[in-house]
Design a binder for this molecule. Structure first.
Ligand code: NAP
Length: 304
């Protein structure tokens, strides 16, 4: 699936493109599953143009689970037939994962966790690394009470589990229909909206040590519930920096993916998959993601 210019979902079309070459330090992956992330449609609309060049036609997609089908010169880490996952962000918008083949530097690639099926593995990399790197930056440990804004989404549902696996006490916001889901993942659920600050304080029994924002526009709530000297970060709202928080972008990391794999293989992390759709339904998946209420991950099937 590719687009020739910035636009909305109707800019996407299914087409034949040349197979990507495999260079030194790279592997070429036959894609089985590719997870959908909000950044895919934000980038397609031109929202990243100030940060990255687009080389058209652009195949979108930054998540992949698949099988190595060719290894480049000096890529001893992998062999043909290896089952792998990767967060496939490049320096330019080009050559993404909603395609049969993608070539990536081995630095971004890790072995697929044995405990995860293909659908789950396809939804793991970007959201999983974002969740892990958020909690690492805030040095979350078992000593912390952590508030997660947006616990039911792709990133939030993984962050809840990782924070709980560290022994932290986790409070997470979602609409009431997702409260049982959050409780199963290990969080105390709280409804967002009017009265949210009081609900969070009463769930936490006071202020919280750490706040992680996966939604945006929640700085006032964060400031109202954070303990003096508490740590906070957002992945969705750069203005958090004006109120003492940090804002960051997730980085590709094979080591981070390996850590997520160890958590999955230990039974501490699963990837909630909201739906699995065939590749040609990518415009439908983007439209659903835009609504902002997917529970867990949407995953595209590229091949079986
Ligand atoms: N900076 C980075 O590196 C980075 C990395 C990944 C993602 N992001 C950004 O972070 C955001 C989240 O990504 P994602 O993949 O997790 O998105 P997502 O899966 O589309 O998130 C959907 C979830 O958001 C929840 N939600 C919507 N409004 C909410 C609110 N006001 N309060 C609490 N929860 C709310 C929904 O729960 P309900 O249905 O219960 O409302 C739904 O489960 C996106 O803006 C994305 O672009 C940034």
């Amino acid at each position: 699936m590719a687009y020739d210019h910035y636009g909305s979902d109707d800019a996407l079309s299914l087409r034949e493109l040349p197979s990507p070459k495999v260079g030194p330090g790279e592997v070429r992956i036959r894609v089985r599953r590719a997870g959908v992330n909000p950044v895919d449609w934000k980038a397609m609309s031109g929202g990243l143009d100030a940060l990255m060049d687009a080389v058209f036609p652009v195949v979108p997609g930054w998540d992949v689970a698949g099988v190595v089908e060719a290894v480049g010169i000096d890529s001893p880490e992998f062999a043909v037939g290896d089952e792998v996952v990767a967060y496939a962000r490049r320096d330019v918008l080009h050559g993404g994962t909603f395609a049969e083949l993608v070539t990536l530097n081995v630095r971004a690639v890790a072995r697929k966790p044995g405990a995860l099926g293909w659908d789950e593995a396809g939804g793991l990399p970007l959201a999983g690394l974002t969740a892990l790197q958020s909690l690492d930056r805030l040095a979350v440990t078992e000593a912390d009470t952590v508030l997660i804004h947006g616990g039911a989404g792709g990133v939030g549902s993984l962050a809840v589990q990782i924070a709980a696996a560290r022994g932290a006490r986790v409070i997470a916001t979602a609409s009431p229909g997702n409260h049982d889901f959050l409780a199963e993942l290990g969080a105390t659920p709280v409804a967002y909206g009017e009265g949210e600050v009081g609900r969070i304080r009463s769930a936490a029994g006071g202020p919280v040590d750490v706040v992680v924002d996966f939604v945006g526009g929640v700085s006032e709530v964060t400031s109202a519930v954070l303990a003096r000297g508490g740590r906070h970060a957002s992945i969705a709202d750069p203005s958090v920096q004006q109120v003492g928080g940090s804002w960051f972008w997730v980085r590709p990391s094979s080591e981070g993916l390996a850590e997520l794999g160890r958590l999955a293989d230990a039974g501490l992390l699963r990837v909630p998959v909201a739906d699995v759709l065939p590749l040609e339904q990518l415009p439908v998946a983007f439209a659903r993601s835009r609504q902002g209420h997917v529970r867990g991950k949407l995953v595209m099937v590229v091949s079986d």
